[in-house]
Write a new protein. Structure first.
Length: 137
């Protein structure tokens, strides 16, 4: 049985989706609480919803990020960009003290941020990097 794992942001994911829900609830509460004499033009309403939509898309991008270790290599989804890096192309993984997330380093010295493994998750992040380094050797 292959040892395959998927890593996702822990507390960062919770915060991203919680902020999205709070933002939508506050928008509706404020809209209902405004006096009748205050109104928005169509352009203002469209602009407001475009900004809210953009923030929700960014927050969802944070929440959906993952790093998946397969037999072929590492699959990285940072927000909306997916990368597949074969094990043979990987030189190592770097995670300095205080770094927000680890970095995958290729033999071409290209660096790929592993956003799904958040340094703020403490031991979970250290265990994830240890696992990935172990798979590399």
């Amino acid at each position: 049985m292959p040892d395959l794992r998927t890593f996702r942001p822990g507390s960062t994911r919770i915060v991203a989706y919680a902020v999205a829900v709070i933002m939508l609830v506050l928008t509706f509460v404020i809209a209902l609480a405004l006096p009748d004499e205050i109104y928005f033009t169509t352009a203002e309403t469209i602009t407001l919803w475009l900004i809210i939509g953009a923030v929700l898309v960014l927050l969802h991008g944070i929440g959906r990020s993952y790093v998946k270790a397969t037999d072929e290599g590492i699959e990285v989804l940072n927000g909306y960009r997916r990368r597949l890096v074969p094990w043979t192309d990987i030189k190592g993984f770097a995670m300095n003290t205080g770094a927000p997330w680890p970095t995958l380093v290729t033999h071409d010295d290209e660096r790929v941020n592993l956003f799904a493994i958040q340094g703020s998750d403490g031991s979970y992040a250290r265990e994830a990097v240890t696992y990935l380094r172990g798979r590399l050797s």
